[in-house]
Design a protein around this ligand. Structure first.
Ligand SMILES: [Zn+2]
Ligand SMILES: [Zn+2]
Length: 234
């Protein structure tokens, strides 16, 4: 069974089989991303195993509309009766039950090609639609755990956001990039050049740790690693 893995005093990673969701713990709980469809029971059981009541979740933030991140959002919203927050550009997609705007393109490399062929290509282009209660904008700071900043980072999807918990020095990168073997591009982008520009913006910030939709956390000097890896487009 999945368990919560503590990253910083307030942030916990929850591995949901191929994709990570996150719990931000403050006075109450915020769930960041929701896994594939059917992840509700896994999320609730991981919380209970860590001594947390799932009903303490008071809001859900979605980094983007892909089915591995937003797949259980409608079910969780219904089960918990909580608001869902997403970027203003991604919100209409979620409300229409669409997982993306444009065709996605596979990043270079054999590993990406394999992941794309095995896991993504035939995957659903739709999700269960849900109402987005709060439309987020670039650089908006949510009053959670000392301030959670929204960073619009388009490219992987048009309304993709990363989240920066500045006070605790951690970036929640979503699928702006991935950390599977090493720090690298995500497997797919709608617009890779735009995605790279977003990575340069993230690399200009200062954060010690980073967590990802796919792969392991980076525990030390994370923004330095972003600068080193993404300084030149290739
Ligand atoms: Zn994605
Ligand atoms: Zn993903």
């Amino acid at each position: 069974m999945p368990r919560l893995h503590q990253i910083t005093p307030s942030l916990y990673q929850l591995s949901l089989g191929g994709v990570n969701a996150f719990i931000l713990k403050d006075k109450d709980l915020t769930l960041i991303d929701t896994g594939y469809p059917g992840s509700t029971a896994r999320i609730f059981s991981a919380l209970r195993q860590s001594g947390q009541d799932p009903r303490a979740i008071k809001r859900i933030i979605l980094t983007h509309a892909h089915p591995d991140h937003a797949g259980s959002a409608a079910a969780l919203k219904q089960a918990l009766g909580v608001p869902v927050l997403a970027h203003q550009v991604e919100a209409p997609l979620l409300e229409a039950g669409l997982s993306g705007h444009s065709p996605i393109h596979c990043s270079p490399g054999v590993a990406n090609w394999l992941i794309y062929q095995l896991l993504i290509k035939g995957g659903a282009g739709t999700i269960e639609p849900l109402l987005i209660d709060q439309r987020l904008t670039h650089q908006e700071i949510l009053p959670l755990a000392g301030g959670l900043q929204v960073l619009h980072t388009p490219g992987h999807s048009v309304g993709h956001i990363a989240l920066w918990l500045k006070q605790e020095g951690v970036l929640i990168a979503g699928d702006a990039c991935a950390h599977l073997v090493g720090l690298d591009l995500s497997t797919v982008y709608e617009d890779r050049a735009l995605g790279w520009q977003s990575l340069l913006i993230l690399a200009g910030l200062d954060f010690e740790k980073a967590v990802f939709g796919h792969g392991r956390p980076i525990q030390k000097r994370a923004s330095y690693q972003f600068k080193a890896r993404f300084k030149a487009f290739n």
